[in-house]
Design a protein around this ligand. Structure first.
Ligand SMILES: Nc1ncnc2c1ncn2[C@@H]1O[C@H](COP(=O)(O)OP(=O)(O)OP(=O)(O)O)[C@@H](O)[C@H]1O
Ligand SMILES: [Mg+2]
Length: 482
């Protein structure tokens, strides 16, 4: 269970945060000043700290500095009233995860906490692979003994300690993020932070400032200075996911950081030096993006020096039995199911299937199987593979671009018109995205793996868009049926 430390001298704030976090199922410890916070931090080793800046005695900033000195990977969210915003911004340079302005609303805080804890899990949950199995029991593992996977393990072992930039390529669900974390955990920066940024989930116009920060007044709406991820992650590892989705301007800046370890904040002239290791991933055809002018060739050459290609699951069906066993072991205990065996017929079927969603899809299928299984063996009926095969392997997985477009776009205009009546101020771009995502979820009965395939984006991107637009997955389906 995740543990959260709340630090605030205001008892009503401690009380309401405590209630909120306990409601989310976290273990909460309260502290009313800096000294108490430090004591509890080192005793309890919490996964997240939420701390007020202005407190009698040591300020939150001072406590942050001390925490970070001892544990650079510690995740700290600072709370600040308007007067102290500047301090909070500067705190990002010391590696605060984020700051939030008081007063805040509960959903805002809740989603910030969830994001922070996800990053905390990524940093703490060790990812092992067969060449380096030391963490098998506690963490996650990369599984599979096919020759291509063995090649991958060798590469991970070679590149992890060097600090070079690594480019991870492969279809959605092939394990790019998992490999990125394995490289991090086995690098010399393993005791420093790891920050993931999903480039596709952040609107183009904001990505550059998210990564490099901006100065006050750099553009309309830039009311205060902002510290970007590169600065925040100084000394650590930055994982840029979906790197194929950046504008050429942002690409140019990334190239410069790679070459000189330097950049300027947007609208700023101060040259900032950082020491950040980059791991980047994409499922896009970068060569094609270069041809159509959306990806810079110079950056491409710089990135591709060390490339790991993660093979689609259908090209290594021999890994499937091992993966199924691994997922049974991993998820069985979580839901109190002790399933040990799989009927041979099932395995055979799983090995013949095309797996357009790759290992992620297999993982979902096994989880579903575990839930419906009755004894300690999985049978074909537990997998509803027939349905699955008919749905994706048949039509959706093989549909070409135009067919998918037709399936999604048909009713979209009507829905957009409805949408614009409900919220006349929304911008067209996000309205279209929102409606398209809803359509895809309806079309796939809420199955996110299939919806992502239909939309031609990765599951991660889909997930963050669903979060950003606050699309309720269940409601999407019901709304469609009214
Ligand atoms: N070889 C593997 N062994 C065990 N689990 C795996 C393996 N490959 C992938 N997984 C699991 O499958 C899921 C998807 O993996 P991951 O998120 O790394 O894919 P991805 O390539 O980043 O996909 P996307 O492009 O959609 O972001 C994760 O839950 C991951 O733990
Ligand atoms: Mg990913």
């Amino acid at each position: 269970m995740d543990r959260v430390l709340i630090v605030d001298d205001d008892s009503s704030m401690r009380y309401s945060l405590n209630r909120m976090l306990e409601g989310q199922g976290f273990l909460v410890s309260p502290a009313k000043n800096g000294a108490e916070a430090l004591e509890r931090f080192f005793m309890e080793n919490p996964d997240l700290v939420i701390m007020d800046i202005k407190m009698p005695g040591q300020s939150g900033l001072e406590v942050l500095r001390q925490i970070k000195e001892r544990d650079p990977k510690a995740l700290v969210i600072l709370m600040t009233a308007f007067g102290t915003t500047d301090t909070a911004i500067e705190a990002m340079k010391f590696g605060a995860f984020d700051y939030i302005l008081k007063p805040f609303d509960i959903p805002q805080m809740r989603s910030l906490v969830e994001r922070a804890l996800e990053v905390s899990r990524m940093m703490k949950k060790m990812v092992s692979y067969p060449d380096r199995p030391e963490a098998e029991v506690t963490g996650e593992a990369i599984v599979g003994s096919s020759p291509v996977m063995q090649q991958t393990y060798k590469m991970i072992g070679q590149v992890a300690p060097t600090g070079v930039t690594v480019l991870l390529r492969g279809e959605s669900g092939t394990g790019k993020e998992l490999v990125a974390r394995a490289i991090y955990h086995h690098s010399s920066r393993a005791d420093k932070p790891f920050l993931p940024v999903n480039c596709a989930a952040i609107p183009e116009t904001l990505l550059e400032s998210e990564l490099f920060g901006h100065e006050k007044g750099a553009f309309t709406g830039a009311l205060t200075r902002r510290i970007g991820k590169f600065e925040q992650c100084h000394g650590g590892t930055l994982f840029l996911d979906e790197i194929g989705d950046m504008t050429p301007a942002t690409q140019a800046k990334i190239l410069r950081v790679l070459q000189d370890q330097q950049f300027e904040r947007l609208g700023g002239s101060e040259r900032i030096s950082v020491d950040v290791r980059l791991i980047v991933a994409t499922n896009k055809d970068l060569e094609k993006s270069i041809r159509d002018g959306s990806f810079r060739q110079d950056l491409y050459y710089r990135l591709k020096v060390v490339t790991l290609h993660l093979p689609p699951l259908r090209e290594r069906p021999e890994d499937i039995p091992e993966l199924v066993r691994y997922f049974l072991q991993r998820f069985g205990p979580e839901i109190n199911r002790n399933v040990k065996e799989i009927a041979p017929r099932v395995l055979e079927k799983l090995m013949r299937y095309r797996w357009p969603g790759n290992v992620r899809e297999l993982e979902n299928v096994v989880q579903r199987g575990l839930v419906v299984a009755k004894g300690n063996t999985l049978f074909p009926e537990d997998f509803s593979l027939e349905g699955l095969a008919a749905e994706i392997d048949g039509p959706k997985g093989q549909m070409d671009f135009e067919e998918r477009l037709q399936m999604l776009m048909g009713p979209v205009f009507k829905e957009l018109a409805e949408h614009s009546k409900r919220s006349p101020d929304s911008d067209v771009m996000s309205a279209v995205e929102k409606v398209l995502i809803k359509r895809a979820l309806q079309e796939t009965k809420g199955n996110q793996v299939q919806a992502a395939i239909l939309l031609g984006i990765s599951r991660n991107t889909l997930r963050s868009k669903i979060e950003r637009y606050r699309i309720r997955k269940d409601v999407a389906i019901i709304e469609g049926e009214e």
